[in-house]
Structure formats: C-alpha cells, structure tokens
Design a protein around this ligand. Structure first.
Ligand code: FEO
Length: 404
C-alpha cells in the first residue's frame, strides 16, 4: 500500500483492518475498516495526525508508508492526537520510546488520558480552540469538538489547503480501494453510504447533539477537504458527508426516514407467526420494512436501521416472566444510543404467564416512544389477534408516513 497525496506536503498513511475482529470489541466489521493517519510537512517542521493501534500489522504498514515518503517516526516534530480512543493512539507508548523529543498536542482533557493510557507525561502540550502551530507554509489550527466521539476530542484544520482532519467525525466502516470520493467506483459507493450510516449509528449516535454543535462550530472554516481517520477522504464534495452527518444527528429525536425497522425474536414459532402478516400489512401501505431476527442478527445492524427509521415493530415473547433476553439487549442498545421519539408497536406470545410487556412499558416511556398498540397472546395467535395486528400495523405505517 502506498501513501495518498491530499495536496503537496500532506499525505494519508493508513492501514486496512479486515473483518475478523470486532470494532471496539462489540461491532462487527464485515467489510473491514480503515485506520487513517496523516503527515503534514511544512518547511520548518513535520506533524503526524492521529496514530493507529497495533492491529493486524497496522503500525508496520504505516511505518513502511512513511519510509516511502523518506520519513520515519523519529522525523516527527509534532504528534497531534485529535482523539484518545486507542484505535488512534494505541501505538503511542512505543512511538514515544522511538521519538522522545516529539511534542504531543492534544486538548486539556486529553492530557490525563495520555498519562493514564500510556504513562506518558513529558512533552505533552494542551491546545485549545483557535490555537495554532506554524509548520512553515502549513498551519495547524485546532478546534475542540467535544464528544465526537469522547469528551477530549478536537479537530485539526490546515487553512492553507482547507483540509479538516476530523478523526472519528465524518468517518465510515468499510475498506475502499480508492482514497477520494471522486475516485470511488459504483460498488464502493454502494458500500460507503450504508457503512457510513452503520458507523454513525454504532459509534457516534449517542452524541448526536454534540455532532450538531460541532458542525455549527465549523461554519466559519473554508473546508475544501474532509479527511477523517476512518473511511475515505472527501475531496470533491466535502459537504456531502458533513450534511449527511447533520441529517443523521437529527434522527435522534425523530422524525427520521418514513421507514419501519421490524425486529423480532421467537422461541417456538408463536411470535414468528405474526411476522409475515404484520410485514405485509405495512408494505401494503407503501412503507419500507427493515426486517431483523435476533439474536441471529447482530445488534449493530438493528441499531443502524432503527436509527434511520421513524417506526419500530418489536416482536418478542415473554421469557421467565420478563422480556426475551436477546430483545432486552437490543432495547438496551437502542436506549444507550438514544433512539428517541419513534412510532412503535409490539406483539408477542407468552406461555404460562405474561411479563414482557410490564418490562417493556418503562422503556417506551424513557425513550418517549409513541406506542400505537400491543398484540399479546397466550400460545398461538388467534384470528382476532391477527386481525388486531393488521390494524395496528396499518395505523403504524400511516403515522410514519404522516410524520414530517
Ligand atoms: Fe475511531 Fe472513537 O475512535
């Protein structure tokens, strides 16, 4: 792999991470993920923006790309840490041993994290919004953007070239053969958009109000290129990804898209019996359904489609007087990500006793969901249950379509 030239003097050096591992130890990355670092060379000094962690040989890969630029880690004068999560800092301890004179630039909130994670105290300089470092013909200007993704996060902007190094913000899951948006093939676009949305839902969604604030803080910058630390570099249409993130952030409190995420679990088929009936009733109203059976499908994918859907159908049986455990996990994930203000229906079977609904009700209340109906039954659904399910499903579809 070779470095990519963003503009003369600024390169991306990066690593491809495959699909075998889980991102953050939770999220599947079936299409892999990219870890991007950037080198900014001025006439007086060289800066390195965001590291990689030692993951599938990433550090060696980045080092060999640096060497192809005639550089090595000991040539770095400034290391910019936009964000402390270890996917962008994991090799910091080793790098400090190789280059003890390098100055580390990060926010004030990141300083104690540098010590806590890597036992590094020397040469760490806190920078604040508006402060800058002159590299000679290239200036690094810092902008604190807290909680995109951790509280200590910032972005770095090079005004001479209009390049914004945004770290997690404006990132995506997935590997891409091409670096820039104007180079992507149709197949790469088909991967990029859903993998951007899944990345957003999985990693960033909990902090959506900060995404909105962060984007507002960038309003005065003349952004010509967005260079995140995951995914591609947006060179032709940097505002395509910024505006997309802006819209994704708005989904938090609804309305999102006029679609329905239908997530269901079943033990012996009695809850499953209503799945095709409800799905068909919704689709007859012209509303798109994203169907997920759990636990067969990972919460990552359920969260991604729930985030973009104004409506939710939750199908689950009672299990030992409570909600079916895999669905409890899904609802916990939706709660943590603040999938608020959705139009909802629930259905499900119970055996000797109910109980799922009693545990479900406080979740509906906490997430400010508007529950349009519940169809709960002992054993198999009766014809009356099926009729009610169709009625509620159609009302749900109508309310999702009307909600603007
Ligand atoms: Fe890519 Fe929040 O780390």
């Amino acid at each position: 792999m070779k470095p990519d030239v963003l503009v003369p003097g600024i390169h991306r050096v990066y690593a491809r991470i495959g699909s075998r591992d889980l991102f953050e130890g939770i999220w599947p990355i079936e299409h892999g993920v990219l870890l991007n670092s950037y080198v900014v060379q001025g006439s007086k000094a060289t800066a390195f923006i965001d590291l990689v962690k030692d993951w599938e040989g990433a550090v060696g890969e980045v080092e060999s790309q640096l060497e192809s630029l005639g550089l090595n880690f000991s040539d770095i004068d400034y290391l910019v840490l936009n964000h402390m999560e270890p996917d962008h800092t994991g090799s910091l301890g080793a790098l400090c041993k190789k280059n003890p004179n390098m100055k580390i630039l990060c926010t004030k909130k990141a300083v104690p994290l540098v010590e806590a994670f890597y036992d590094v105290r020397d040469n760490v300089q806190a920078v604040a919004s508006g402060e800058s470092i002159d590299l000679g013909g290239k200036t690094l200007v810092f902008e604190e953007t807290p909680n995109i993704h951790w509280p200590e996060t910032m972005m770095t902007y090079v005004p001479e070239d209009g390049i914004l190094f945004s770290c997690d913000a404006f990132g995506s899951f997935g590997q891409y053969d091409h670096c820039f948006d104007d180079e992507l093939t149709e197949a790469e676009w088909e991967l990029l958009i859903p993998e951007t949305e899944r990345y957003y839902a999985n990693i960033v969604s909990s902090f959506s109000q900060f995404v909105t604030r962060g984007i507002q803080k960038l309003a005065d910058l003349e952004i010509k290129m967005v260079a995140p630390s995951h995914g591609i570099v947006w060179r032709k249409e940097p505002f395509r990804v910024i505006n997309h993130y802006s819209r994704l952030a708005e989904y938090m409190n609804g309305p999102a898209e006029p679609e329905i995420t239908f997530v269901w679990s079943s033990m012996y088929g009695n809850t499953a019996a209503l799945v095709p009936i409800i799905k068909e009733a919704i689709e007859e109203e012209g509303v798109k359904v994203h169907l997920h059976e759990v636990p067969k499908e990972h919460a990552s994918h359920v969260l991604a489609s729930a985030w973009r859907s104004s409506g939710l159908v939750i199908g689950m049986p009672t299990y030992e007087y409570r909600m079916f455990p895999p669905m409890y996990h899904i609802l916990d994930v939706l709660d943590r990500s603040h999938v608020n203000n959705r139009k909802v229906m629930r259905f499900g079977s119970f055996g000797w006793s109910g109980g799922a609904q009693k545990q479900f009700d406080p979740i509906v209340q906490a997430l400010k969901w508007d529950c349009l109906g519940v169809v709960e039954y002992q054993g198999a659904p009766s014809n009356e249950d099926k009729k009610k399910a169709i009625e509620v499903a159609k009302a749900l579809a109508a309310s999702v379509k009307e909600w603007k």
